[in-house]
Design a protein around this ligand. Structure first.
Ligand SMILES: NC(=O)c1ccc[n+]([C@@H]2O[C@H](COP(=O)([O-])OP(=O)(O)OC[C@H]3O[C@@H](n4cnc5c(N)ncnc54)[C@H](O)[C@@H]3O)[C@@H](O)[C@H]2O)c1
Length: 661
């Protein structure tokens, strides 16, 4: 059977051969045993409803074994034999170009070179699922190959409810992931209802088919490091950035430090992770001896080198030694996995990596004591540095939260806030999101690197033109992104689909997309798929991350994210998604996104203008209502540009009046 025929058949009528568990592939860990006996029965009934009754006797024991062994029913037997990757769009069967583009994006998220646990349909973050099982994948691809541009596919947490009649301007797919009744949104509820096969954790760009590999995090980290140096009014040249973690996302830090142009020291306790990042060229040098590290760092700073250096050991040793040596750290952060402190996210100091792993398995209580002891030392050493002028920020990994739980000296004088800001509070929020700058991305559906190079050129030209008349407030952000796009080809950032990311504001996004659409209509490039990370201006309500710089009390509400997805859907998005969980955890965040296919048509032009304007200005309007001055500036500019936009602006109360009360 050809690839197209396999897609069109959906769930095969003749059972495929059983698949052997491949130990060479990175698999999802066994999930917690959570279902009662009767719930297990329900999970099996739920799984079998995808298949004809004639196959139930064969599949029942197999699915039961998967549930017992892995805690989930993945339906491994139905994993297709063809290679899954983002093929050129014309290789997908179907009646509608938009649906083919979505197939391409789905396959990219499941590509072995891209996905973290491809056989379990997990793209990233340990549990960021595209689908819950292979039957869902097969059905979705079949539906997409059949749909017309007068239908919409409805997706409930990986499950295709079906194709519904709609119209040309409606989204082709509407995705919801993990949408729970609020009282059923505790972490164990995810375990239970995911095991039952009725919900899934879509992370941000996994369950919305918008993941583009490590490029997204490299860009976001570069922007953060650059703006971090700006915050302290120092050039990255000759500056020192100290942090830790060379894992999945954290591994982007040294590369980002190099793009920014500073000296980066990144500690990592796991030799394998260090070796991987070193062999990939994501970190330049590795030192295992702390004294040699110190000497080398002093030299690199003195010579204003652009270099990234890994320390093969615990980050606490770096902070403490640099303190003793009076080695000045300009920027400090941390990207160990402290959202997961007791199961390998954070390693205690003074104990080898191997011994720590033994302790974690055999003496978890002692392990917890050691972790908390190290966190207190870690915070003390950081405090010593910040007294000497270091700027420290939390990088969205729950460092401050866990340090506070460990009793570390990390609380501000008011006893409510932390001593240090999160990167969104101080950097990303006021410098980017409040002005509308966020992670705009695109994928060239031809799969041709030459198309990507052309889109890079077009985007660069657009930004260079815009910067000539841009207000002072946003010159720097534009300049950073022009520099980024110029270096993008050289930095070889593509893994999987031919994708690019940059930060742009509403007008920048509209202008770049319009220029792409024009180039497509002229035949210079082929179809382009637009999207963005959910970690953006308007798409995500997350009180300790994306909306942590909202101070009017509304950061615990999720109206913005919900309004955003509804608004995108009737303004022309090709697909939309809304998720519970993503980055910081189930129940902690509501986040949404979109995909939009540009085919060079007038319809595409109309849709991009309408939807991108809303997709950014919704968040700016909300941020301005929260009294964020950068957002008030941005929304006033947007109203000047477009008289149809009328936003409710806040009035400020005199502090003295309140204080006198
Ligand atoms: N700010 C953001 O935009 C953003 C984005 C993605 C992830 N995150 C957060 O960052 C954290 C890291 O993500 P990841 O994907 O890299 O996780 P990861 O688990 O792959 O990597 C973390 C690394 O830290 C190392 N480590 C743990 N304790 C250490 C210690 N004491 N000293 C030195 N090294 C130590 C681990 O060995 C591991 O390799 C997570 O909490 C994640 O939620 C933030």
């Amino acid at each position: 059977m050809t690839f197209s025929e396999q897609i069109q058949q959906g769930i095969p009528t003749i059972l495929p051969q059983e698949k052997k568990y491949d130990p060479t592939i990175n698999h999802a860990p066994k999930r917690k045993e959570i279902l009662s006996a009767s719930e297990k029965e329900l999970a099996l009934r739920n799984a079998l409803r995808y298949f004809e009754a004639k196959d139930h006797a064969t599949l029942l024991p197999e699915f039961n074994e998967e549930l017992e062994k892995y805690g989930r029913i993945y339906m491994y037997r139905f994993r297709p034999d063809y290679k899954i990757y983002a093929r050129p769009i014309e290789e997908y069967p179907g009646k509608c170009n938009q649906a083919k583009a979505i197939m391409l994006m789905i396959q990219n998220n499941l590509d072995y070179a891209v996905a973290q646990h491809p056989h379990e349909l997990i793209t990233y973050g340990g549990n960021g699922a595209v689908f819950q099982n292979w039957a869902q994948y097969l059905l979705v691809m079949k539906y997409l190959s059949e749909m017309t541009d007068e239908q919409t596919l409805v997706m409930y947490s990986g499950h295709p409810l079906g194709l519904f009649p709609s119209h040309k301007d409606a989204p082709r797919v509407v995705v919801t992931n993990g949408m729970m009744i609020p009282n059923y949104s505790q972490p164990d509820d995810w375990e239970k209802f995911n095991a039952l096969g009725v919900t899934q954790y879509g992370q941000m760009t996994a369950g919305s088919y918008m993941y583009i590999g490590p490029q997204g995090i490299v860009h976001g980290t570069t922007i953060t490091v650059l703006n971090g140096f700006r915050k302290i009014k120092k050039s990255p040249k000759g500056g020192l950035f100290v942090t830790s973690g060379l894992g999945g996302m954290s591994g982007a830090q040294p590369k980002a430090g190099n793009i920014a142009g500073c000296v980066t020291v990144c500690a990592e306790v796991n030799k394998k992770a260090t070796e991987t990042r070193h062999s990939q060229g994501w970190v330049d040098e590795v030192f295992s001896d702390i004294n040699e590290l110190t000497t080398r760092v002093k030299e690199a700073v003195a010579k204003k080198e652009t270099v990234s250096i890994a320390y093969d050991g615990n980050v606490v040793d770096v902070w403490e030694t640099f303190d003793k040596e009076n080695l000045h750290i300009d920027l400090g952060s941390d990207q160990t996995s402290l959202h997961n402190p007791w199961a390998g996210g954070y390693y205690p100091a003074g104990i080898s990596f191997e011994d720590a792993n033994d302790m974690m398995a055999n003496d978890p209580e002692q392990f917890k004591i050691e972790v908390q002891k190290t966190l207190r030392r870690h915070a003390d050493a950081i405090n010593n540095h910040t007294k000497k002028g270091t700027y420290f920020f939390d990088y969205g990994n729950a460092f401050l939260l866990e340090a506070s739980r460990a009793g570390a000296d990390i609380m501000a004088d008011n006893g409510i806030d932390f001593k240090y800001p999160s990167y969104v509070q101080d950097i990303m929020g006021p410098m980017c999101f409040d002005y509308g700058f966020g992670p705009f991305r695109w994928v060239c559906a031809s799969g041709d690197p030459k198309d990507l190079a052309k889109t890079d050129e077009i985007a660069c030209q657009v930004l260079e033109e815009m910067i000539k008349t841009a207000p002072d407030e946003i010159q720097q952000q534009m300049l950073d992104n022009i520099q980024w796009i110029k270096g993008a080809q050289e930095n070889k950032l593509v893994v999987g689909s031919q994708a690019r990311i940059l930060y742009a504001d509403a007008q920048g996004r509209i202008n770049i997309a319009s220029a792409f659409n024009k180039a497509i209509s002229e035949g210079t490039i082929k179809t382009v798929i637009l999207g963005r990370d959910h970690h953006d201006v308007s798409g995500t309500d997350s009180p300790y991350r994306e909306t942590s710089n909202i101070y009017d009390g509304s950061r615990f509400t999720a109206d913005m994210a919900i309004q955003n997805v509804i608004g995108d859907s009737f303004r022309g998005a090709t697909w939309v998604s809304i998720h519970n969980g993503g980055g910081v955890g189930w129940g902690e965040v509501i986040n949404g996104g979109f995909g939009m296919v540009l085919d060079g048509s007038k319809d595409a032009q109309r849709r991009l203008e309408s939807m991108l304007f809303w997709d950014v200005n919704n968040g700016i309007a909300r941020r301005s209502w929260a009294r964020n001055k950068e957002a008030i500036f941005a929304i006033k500019s947007a109203m000047k540009e477009n008289p149809m936009l009328q936003i409710t602006l806040p009035n400020f109360v005199d502090d003295e009046l309140i204080n006198k009360m």
